[in-house]
Design a protein around this ligand. Sequence first.
Ligand code: SAM
Length: 326
Amino acid sequence: MTSTLQRSGVPELLDLHPAAADMQQLVIEGLSQTPKQLPAWFLYDAEGSRLFDLICQQPEYSLTKTETALLQDQAMAMAAALGEGTLVEFGAGSARKVGPLLQAMQQPAYVALDISADHLAEACTRLQQDHPGVPMLGICCDYSQLEQLPSHPLLKHQRRLGFFPGSSLGNFTTAAAEALLRQFRRLLGPGGTLLIGIDQPKATERLEAAYDDAAGVSARFALNLLQRLNRDLGSDFDLDQFRYQARWVPEASHIEMTLISQREQTVQACGQTWHFAKGEALTTETSHKYSPEAFLALASRAGWASEARWSDPRNDLSLHLLKQAD
Ligand SMILES: C[S@@+](CC[C@H](N)C(=O)[O-])C[C@H]1O[C@@H](n2cnc3c(N)ncnc32)[C@H](O)[C@@H]1O
């Protein structure tokens, strides 16, 4: 589906959201696996995006505050290293991190990609008000499946400077992360660069608290996925019969976020009956943590080389600037 949802006074928005039939197919594929799992982007309907913003405000979840501060502190150096071009943000969410870069860059343009259509429209509108002189475009899509960026004046002649904060690469398995970095290389084209935020492994208690906050927002975020499937795809998950769990798996270097079936039960979804044993896990998301060395080895396999790196004083995370290796 391709349509333009432009309204007066807000940036142009292209809607390339996957069709319901494609979503159904992904649900069938995910629930057929052992353990059962679903693509992480399903977490982000309008309510999921709202809850994610709330997670970022929880005291246990320091990633957003740390990365935002790093971007504010180092914006001039990053802008100088990026050079001129169109910033293309993958998974922009509320687009609250890009402001200092837009401020510091010479004549920037901005393209935001995100799967959550309404949230993207609101984010772009707010950002446009804050930066009225910056040409902007929003694209609602699954960036991992995009064959190419649309032919649009903002993307035609300028260099494409990828921006992928939030350590969102961690939501992909290592093999899928490598494929995604190759995909970004293709989308950004010759001369394209990528500024990417990567969270590092840290103490188990810190990580598990960050992904299972005391206020229960992370749990509501995960359960909203079932609510979303019930509403959008007509499934009949009973939300009271699943309990959220976040667990650090050191051998995989990832946090595993699951919904645990509280009893033996069946669920109707996408025209099929799915059986859940008592205690069976449905994986909603994983968050892989990379040391700088492990990340750069992965990036190198995908054809990227390190140009620069900025870290916070506590060395919790890094923003890496990558250039194409050949
Ligand atoms: C973890 S949040 C990060 C948001 C923001 N970049 C930040 O750093 O705070 C991930 C964002 O990426 C979007 N997203 C996740 N998977 C996506 C996909 N496959 N294609 C497009 N957007 C995606 C979600 O809607 C959400 O806004």
